[in-house]
Design a protein around this ligand. Sequence first.
Ligand code: SF4
Ligand code: SF4
Length: 382
Amino acid sequence: MQYRAYGSTDMMVSALGFGAMRLPHHEDGTCNYDKAVPLLRRGIELGINFIDSAWGYLRGTSEVAVGMAIKGYDREKIYLSTKAPVDTEGQAKADNWWKMLEECLKRLDTDRIDFMHFHNIAWDRFKNWVAVPGGALEAAYRALDQGIIRHLCFSSHDTPENIRKLIDTGEFSGMLVQYNLLDRTNEEVIVYAHSKGMGVEVMGPVGGGRLGVPSPEIQRMIPEGIKSTPEIALRFVLANPNVSVALSGMNEIRQIEENVATASREEPLSPEELAQIRAALDQMQCLAELYCTGCEYCMPCPNGVDVPENFRLMNYHRIYGLTEYARREYAKLGQRKDPQGELRPAWAAACKECGRCESKCPQNIPIIEQLKEVHETLREAG
Ligand code: SF4
Ligand code: SF4
């Protein structure tokens, strides 16, 4: 296993972190401890020392599983990371956040959390709810003072511009953001965070499952020695020297062992391989945008069709070769529920050919015709 410095802290974390969000679970969504704990322990035995959970994962039972799994190991050698939400103004109050923090400690059965995150924070929430008198930041300061948390971090799906604002507050030792072969939106902000001495945790190194399925197009990017699409996806993330730890939500022994082997390579990708992949990705991105930039000017459709989403899935098939994933997701578009719980399919087949969208598309895409093609191509799994 390779170990990397977590920003300017004195902690060396395993390049592969164990994301505890997809642990084996029962039908009611709670963790199956009998299956989950041995998996976590196998990861630890293979050198993983960074385990990431959250208040909400598996209805609160993910943290319990992590607490059970680390029993018997030297606590000094394992870094526990978790997150508590600030999704509402109430949750972001200091008292409430403190209570959640106490509950996290109880579930993890520990007296300190090494990396505590504001979960999925947006700049507006931080500014208006968290960093105000009586807000959760005050509770975090108190916990830092008392040694209950060692480092304050955040996770975010906000825009790179807003993530940069969060970094510039200087309040955080680290951050957790999305970054993978298919989504390099945060690449610059990752460089920026690293330059500021922050640790960088990456979620979704295999694209939230999208890259977990075979893609000949992606595997072809490095002709030599690539066994699978997940392998190249993880190697790509680990080849970024600004990344401290790539979190993978693992739920099978085989997957853990394969990922550990990948994260144990001294050089995840050679400079030539990386250059080759980047060139291929740039080309793929250009091709994807030729079809549809995702600008959404064509929306909303009076019949509920999510035009850009249909085209995005089609691009996964025709450009990235992720056909299996595209078909699976397309089937779900056919079952989409509106906020009232009514089934309102958003897939291409729901198009009534009214033509209202076509004149709004700056790319002049023949939307009606292309939607037919989408349905023809992706419907098989539906
Ligand atoms: S042509 Fe089809 S996709 Fe476009 S607005 Fe009409 S129903 Fe919606
Ligand atoms: S307007 Fe055209 S380019 Fe923009 S999302 Fe719709 S189809 Fe895609």
